[in-house]
Design a protein around this ligand. Structure first.
Ligand code: DAH
Length: 344
């Protein structure tokens, strides 16, 4: 076979082999097979020594062109394979290292939710129903039905957000008392947690949005002793220790008599520390015997029934329970602050 046929046959063979090579190792083998010391192209060049000068000139150039062509095609093929492999990796699971440890950030309940659920369980075990209530309420529900008539100075105690339509954002969970009395009548044991709003400037211990949990118990012959018993039982469970309670007089138009309930400090056990400002007591929750006017407004005969009510500051309780120093952290949505209260 003449050298000319050899060249074109070699080119054809090279192209076929190269097209069939799909990894860099195979291409490398082809490079050696054609351009290596004993490679086919190299052999062709070696074979030229038997040619005449005239022929050397003619075929030398052709073989050199072939050599360059083979070299370039191999380089291009290697580059194409490298890119192919890279693309495959980008689009496949292989780019993720499945042996890396998993991210251990679990979701968590908000501290207020945790405290709320715990209280709901405790009260449910004492026969209380748990009710939800709306956040936009009427003036009647929030004030009038609670023995706070218009222009009563007690309204100044609560900086209210009024809406254009005359309704308002509930300033306290007491706003649900009337609705629940009308809905269920007496006897009644109910707690109703909820979000409350007051137009206050905020600082570490004040928020314009906070949570309360209201409770009412209405039956025949309910007295202050029942109130003390329920509060003591419930708070001992919440703080997981036997707490002492004491009542001080407090004024709220919807209860008579009204009290501020204090508990013995759960940090120092009543000896006096920085949490209780040395007094051994912590002011926890206002409460009292439901005012006859409030029972009447709720459709319950105050001659037949009496009851107690309390308004627990859920936000405050959560802060005490979890040692949250700044109330604003609770509404911040900051996962860093809130995820500490994981998995109770
Ligand atoms: N609603 C009152 C407030 O937020 C708190 C309160 C006081 C609730 C006495 C009660 C109660 O049920 O008996 O300021």
């Amino acid at each position: 076979m003449g050298i000319r046929e050899n060249i074109s046959e070699l080119r054809l063979q090279f192209e076929t082999e190269l097209a069939a090579a799909h990894d860099s190792d195979s291409v490398e083998k082809i490079r050696i097979a054609y351009l290596g010391k004993k490679g086919s192209v190299t052999e062709l060049l070696k074979g030229m020594k038997d040619l005449t000068n005239e022929e050397k000139k003619e075929f030398g150039q052709t073989i050199n062109v072939l050599k360059r062509e083979v070299d370039e095609k191999i380089t291009a093929r290697i580059e194409a394979i490298r890119k192919e492999e890279e693309d495959k990796l980008v689009n496949s699971a292989e780019r993720y290292d499945v042996t890396l440890p998993a991210d251990t950030a679990f979701g968590s309940y908000h501290p207020i939710t945790l405290v709320q659920r715990e209280l709901e369980e405790i009260f449910a075990s004492m026969g209380f129903i748990v009710e939800d209530f709306k956040e936009i309420v009427s003036d009647y529900e929030c004030f009038e039905a609670l023995n706070i008539p218009k222009h009563h100075p007690a309204r100044d105690m609560q900086d209210t957000y009024y809406l254009d339509n005359g309704q308002l954002l509930k300033t306290h969970t007491s706003a649900a008392q009337n609705y629940l009395m009308r809905k269920y009548g007496a006897p009644l044991r109910a707690i109703f947690p909820g979000r409350c709003f007051r137009n206050e400037s905020t600082d570490a211990s004040h928020e314009n949005t906070f949570f309360q949990m209201e409770g009412i118990m209405i039956d025949k012959d309910i007295s202050i002793s029942n109130l003390i018993y329920f509060m003591k039982t419930m708070l001992s469970e919440v703080f997981k220790q036997d707490v002492k309670v004491r009542l001080r007089p407090g004024f709220f138009p919807f209860v008579e008599p009204g009290f501020e309930l204090d508990i013995s400090c759960h940090i120092c056990g009543g000896k006096g520390c920085s949490t209780c400002h040395g007094s051994g007591w912590i002011e926890l929750c206002p409460c009292g015997m439901i005012h006859p006017n409030v029972l009447t407004a709720g459709g319950i005969d105050p001659e037949e029934y009496t009851g107690f009510a309390f308004g627990l500051g859920l936000t405050r309780l959560a802060m005490m329970r979890y040692g949250v120093k700044d109330i604003r952290d609770l509404n911040s949505g900051s996962l860093k602050a809130l995820s500490q209260f994981n998995h109770e």
